[in-house]
Design a protein around this ligand. Structure first.
Ligand SMILES: Nc1ncnc2c1ncn2[C@@H]1O[C@H](COP(=O)(O)OP(=O)(O)OP(=O)(O)O)[C@@H](O)[C@H]1O
Ligand SMILES: [Mg+2]
Length: 222
């Protein structure tokens, strides 16, 4: 089964928004699966938690059984995963996370599994590992999301250097319009990134209300 890892330059940049959008588009031609291996700040009653949004994009019921299927490690405390683990007295190792992912992706009953990381690419995931370590272990291509708030270009350029150094294949960059009123546009951001030597497939997303009429984000699948 193919995998795509969705990460971003920080928390709240639009990973789940993009993942849901991507899942809906992929479902037109593919059998799609999704995983959010670790969630912190999880509230089952909140219909907009990441797992619920991904389940809805997959057209699956939102309940405990499906939460277990797509988000095996759920923490209630709304903080970084390593701290949530310490506060909830439940350590999860990278090996355990990899096992849970393997268990859910070996049946080959889907064409592609969309995996959303937790927070930013270098956000701590366990006591000793970050999302980047998980990505290296998965060996999956990366779809990187950044919104247009001030500071994004610097963070994005730093992440791309790390990806290049470690041989991570960035197959898609998604630049999403931030809701901040003084934010630049995705077009401004793309121009600046190009001026600074970035040569990657880019999709620009406007700020929208619904998922309808968003640009195609599946080009990397072909
Ligand atoms: N292009 C967009 N148009 C409209 N709303 C957007 C867009 N991009 C992101 N959002 C909204 O911004 C908020 C943050 O996005 P999202 O939850 O997808 O971020 P995230 O990176 O998944 O965050 P987390 O690190 O908590 O998982 C959400 O309410 C989402 O619906
Ligand atoms: Mg999310």
């Amino acid at each position: 089964m193919r995998k795509i890892f969705i990460s971003s330059i920080g928390t709240g940049h639009g990973k789940t928004f993009v993942a849901s959008h991507l899942i809906r588009q992929l479902r037109a031609k593919n059998k799609v699966q999704a995983l959010k291996p670790l969630i912190s700040g999880f509230d089952a009653a909140d219909e907009t938690n990441d797992a619920a949004l991904l389940l809805r994009a997959l057209g699956l019921p939102v309940n405990e059984q499906y939460y277990d299927a797509i988000a095996p490690f759920r923490f209630v405390v709304p903080t970084s995963p390593d701290l949530a683990m310490a506060l909830e007295n439940r350590e999860v190792s990278l090996d355990e996370m990899m096992q849970a992912i393997k268990l859910r992706t070996t049946k080959e009953d889907a064409d592609i599994c969309v995996i959303e990381g937790a927070g930013g690419l270098f956000s701590p995931l366990t006591k000793h590992h970050t999302n980047f370590d998980l990505l290296l272990r998965l060996g999956a291509p990366l779809l990187l999301v950044a919104d247009t708030r001030l500071g994004s270009i610097s963070q994005l350029l730093s992440l791309l250097v790390s990806c290049r150094m470690w041989g991570i294949q960035v197959v898609q960059l998604v630049l999403s319009q931030s809701e901040e009123s003084h934010a630049m546009t995705p077009q401004d951001m793309l121009k600046s990134l190009c001026d600074h030597g970035v040569r990657l497939p880019v999709v620009m997303l406007p700020r929208v209300k619904e998922h309808d009429n968003l640009p195609d984000i599946t080009g990397w699948m072909r």
